[in-house]
Design a protein around this ligand. Structure first.
Ligand code: FSA
Length: 433
């Protein structure tokens, strides 16, 4: 085991998805000295999870299938999570052969595992509209894919907030602001044993174990040897009338791999979020992650919380308007608001990077979200806690190991290469001071 119940555990990124889930599992297991460190308090405004809603569901095979089943189970039964899960079902659709092949493999994998009751293969207008009546007037030519029964969406920000409350109730400590913002590791005399972390204002927190879960900031803060690439995706909202919301009540989460996705608006807010799907944008900057002795060019977040006047790119805006025209034609003229970019970090093969850092003792990295983590929010921290306790099964350890330069195993995101934000317009609106 990398720690015992009395160890001082510091969680960098403790206000976000992976960090707060880790704290929850450790605290529930009786770890007594946990401290969250983050620039913003939970739910951190820098977290991709700080969002109205996220897609969720038991929709995969293999290890991700085991986790997905466990996660959906916890989403719907655990007292901290269950008020935030909405079992509307989820469509995962495409009209492109390459994506179709992947979805068919996934479908077959789930069926072969004896879990076929939770999933349906759908194609053609009749079958799709039966699960998504709101698409009755849309052109669904060539669309096919999965209908996931055990899934739908989760109220992401509210769930992150609920975990934050639970952590405070369980006695987990925290530091936010400049004394919670990571600058560097503090190493012992051997130059490799981590004894704590130093923050941007000079505060030093000592610890026996550091869990590094800085989400999209991870590769810019700590040298990850090129294993993670940070990208941003845009979203916008439209405000519905109560009558319009009533019509969409219970709507299955509708995802099309070429176009984007929508989910049922949360009761009370009447805000319908619309997202276009694409490769994401990089934001290349010179940075010096801890562990390197020179600056490197890499993609870093341009956080909305820190640049609140930024919106989204003109091309995302057009794609979002197009999605409204195709799927929700009655709402084409509705103004768009709450437009922002949300930042995630991808590994090449879209599996987490969750392991001990090979260069340092007492440092666990838990990152490489790859756009998959919020649906796993209740269980991602269980994997980190198992890793710390030496209980993580070998196959999971292998999947999430330190692997610079490793290929993609056919699981890479695919599609077009990401553009850089410097090449596209419309997103930047610096305030005039
Ligand atoms: O279950 C899923 O398909 C989640 S992907 C969600 C998403 O918004 C992606 O669509 C996007 O491309 C990026 O990876 C962020 O996450």
């Amino acid at each position: 085991a990398l720690a015992n119940k009395d160890s001082k555990i510091l969680i960098v990124g403790g206000g976000g998805t992976i960090g707060s889930s880790t704290a929850l599992h450790l605290a529930r297991r009786g770890y007594k000295d946990i401290r969250l460190l983050d620039i913003f308090q939970n739910p951190s405004l820098n977290s991709a999870g700080n969002d109205n809603n996220k897609m969720a569901g038991d929709d995969s095979a293999g290890i991700w299938g085991q986790l997905g089943t466990e996660a959906w189970n916890m989403w719907t039964t655990d007292p901290v999570f269950k008020d935030h899960a909405h079992n509307t079902g989820r469509l995962d659709l495409t009209s492109k052969p390459e994506r179709e092949a992947r979805l068919r493999t996934r479908y077959q994998g789930i069926v072969d595992e004896g879990r076929g009751a939770g999933i349906e293969w759908v194609e053609g207008k009749e079958q799709i509209v039966a699960r998504a009546p709101h698409l009755a007037h849309a052109d669904l030519t060539g669309w096919k894919g999965l209908f996931v029964k055990n899934g739908g969406w989760v109220a992401a920000r509210n769930a992150l907030n609920a975990v934050g409350h639970e952590l405070r109730r369980l006695g987990v400590k925290s530091a936010f602001g400049s004394s919670g913002t990571f600058k560097e590791l503090i190493l012992g005399a051997d130059g490799r044993t981590v004894t704590g972390v130093r923050m941007v204002d000079g505060t030093e927190w000592c610890g026996d174990l550091v869990v590094f879960a800085a989400g999209a900031w991870s590769p810019a803060l700590l040298d990850l040897e090129g294993q993670c690439e940070t990208k941003g995706w845009g979203y916008a909202h439209i405000r519905l009338t109560p009558e319009e919301a009533k019509k969409l009540k219970g709507m299955a989460t509708t995802y099309n791999h070429e176009l984007g996705f929508i989910m049922e608006p949360e009761e009370g807010t009447l805000e319908l979020k619309i997202v276009n799907e694409f490769a994401g944008y990089t934001h290349m900057q010179q940075v010096r992650p801890f562990g390197l002795n020179k600056d490197v060019l890499m993609s870093v977040p341009r956080a909305h919380a820190i640049h609140p006047t930024d919106t989204i790119t003109t091309e995302s805006l057009e794609a979002i308007k197009n999605l409204i025209k195709l799927w929700l034609p009655d709402l084409v003229d509705r103004p768009l608001f709450k437009m922002a970019m949300c930042w995630c970090t991808d590994t090449v093969d879209m599996n987490w990077l969750m392991c001990e850092h090979p260069k340092y003792k007492g440092l666990v990295v838990a990152t490489g979200d790859s756009g998959q983590t919020f649906k796993m929010f209740p269980v991602v921290g269980k994997q980190v806690a198992d890793l710390i306790e030496g209980k993580l099964p070998e196959d999971r350890k292998h999947l999430w190991k330190w692997r610079p330069g490793a290929g993609d195993n056919g699981t890479a995101r695919g599609g077009e290469k990401a553009k850089d934000l410097s090449e596209v317009e419309g997103w930047r609106h610096d305030p005039v001071i």
